[in-house]
Design a protein around this ligand. Structure first.
Ligand code: HEC
Length: 375
């Protein structure tokens, strides 16, 4: 009997240490194979980003493992079933899961209005009612294109990495109830007075939570639902959104700080770093060659617009090509790419050359140009 009583806690501590070891193993394997197409920081390249909210083949643990196992026929994503043993494939999946942040595995169900009339929206009220439709959303957004249809119940897994205080802000249109792990954390009803609006602050530790949102708007309502999860530090995760299924392009532009993105662009090698400078110059730097291979001014990136095509169609750079931008910068034979970082308006691409760290610095120059220097 004694042994049996001990077992659960023993098992639990074993499971936890196995889990972290597993993620470490997955990270190592990822850095050997997958990073080439999905980017060193899982932010995409020739293959899609694996840390954003768009999951063409599903964001659940089962769906991610299935893609790793079986691949996507007709795409560069091969089946890894015969390449790695099962434990390794699970470890890579667990590493990918450990990198998630925000809402995943989002399912939107629409219910008829009648059973909810005049009642406070609670989870129990929905349980006996049959939904009219139920859809897994690969975008992980709660978009309400036709919110006049009925009452909505959305569920997600909420991945939290940053500990601290959080709250929801919901523009009070109609009524909304939100639960985290079954506990009500938000309630608002546009009809009632402000006093009854609940916008509680709650503390979250890193982990994965069950998220549920119940929402109804007036039938003829024309505004779009607007909601965010907000961290005390100011970071926000939108709940609302619009389906990418309908060809809405995602434009990536430079901000006040320089940034680096890796996207699949036709004609550019998969490991090209696209350096977006605040003067709207984009510099394509090939880390393999140690060279600037192309550049554009007045430029932006049009990321593959529609979801079904997201990975099979390259993104494109729109802008004016800068003539004679090509330049061999570092000695590719003797140097190994380490990392990139943005520092203010500059991008630093750091490699190890003859045992020493060396940075290629790409900086804006005037309105339509850039400079490259070795540091
Ligand atoms: C040769 C390039 C390449 C390599 C290497 C590669 N992938 Fe992929 N991967 C892709 C492409 C392209 C897709 C998109 C396929 C499609 O949907 O058309 C993809 C899709 C995926 C998806 C599904 C993403 C989604 O949005 O649903 C996962 C998960 C994934 N890859 C994991 C991995 C893992 C783990 C590895 C390493 C074992 C790996 N990939 C190696 C190119 C690659």
């Amino acid at each position: 009997m004694k042994i049996l009583q001990l077992l659960p806690s023993l098992l639990l501590s074993m499971l936890v240490s196995v889990a972290t070891a597993d993620v470490e193993r997955g990270k190592t394997l990822y850095a050997q194979v997958c990073f080439n197409c999905h980017g060193p920081a899982l932010d995409g390249g020739q293959g899609p980003a694996l840390n954003d909210r768009y999951w063409q083949h599903g964001s659940s643990p089962e769906a991610i493992l299935k893609v790793i196992d079986k691949g996507v026929p007709g795409s560069p994503m091969i089946a890894y079933e015969s390449v790695f043993p099962e434990a390794d494939r699970i470890a890579m999946r667990n590493f990918i899961l450990s990198a998630q942040e925000g809402f995943r595995e989002t399912v939107r169900a629409v219910y008829p209005r009648a059973p909810f009339q005049g009642k406070r929206l609670t989870s129990e009220l929905f349980d006996p009612v049959k939904p009219e439709s139920q859809t897994a959303l690969p975008e992980n957004w709660y978009y309400f294109e036709r919110n006049q249809d009925g009452v909505l119940r959305g569920t997600s897994k909420l991945h939290i990495k940053q500990p601290g205080n959080y709250h929801f802000t919901i523009r009070p249109i109609g009524r909304t109830t939100i639960y985290l792990d079954g506990k009500e954390v938000h309630y608002s009803d546009a009809k009632t007075t402000k006093r009854t609006h609940r916008n509680e602050t709650f503390e979250l530790a890193p982990g994965v939570y069950d998220f549920e949102i119940l929402h109804e708007e007036k039938t003829a309502h024309r505004y779009r639902f607007n909601g965010f999860l907000v961290h005390e530090g100011g970071r926000k995760w939108p709940l609302h959104g619009r389906s990418l299924q309908g060809n809405i392009p995602v434009i990536i532009k430079a901000g006040p700080e320089a940034k680096v993105v890796r996207k699949w662009i036709a004609g550019l090698p998969p490991r090209t770093l696209l350096c977006l400078l605040p003067n709207h110059v984009i510099v394509a730097y090939d880390v393999e060659q140690g060279a600037v291979i192309r550049a554009w001014h007045s430029a932006e990136i049009n990321q593959t617009p529609s979801l079904p095509d997201r990975s099979t169609k390259p993104s494109e750079i729109r802008g004016e090509p800068i003539q004679d931008a090509e330049a061999q910068v570092s000695d590719s034979e003797r140097s190994r790419f380490l990392r990139y970082e943005s520092r203010g308006d500059q991008v630093h691409i750091v490699s190890l050359t003859s045992g020493k760290e060396q940075a290629v610095v790409i900086a804006p120059d005037g309105a339509q140009s850039f400079t490259v220097s070795l540091n």
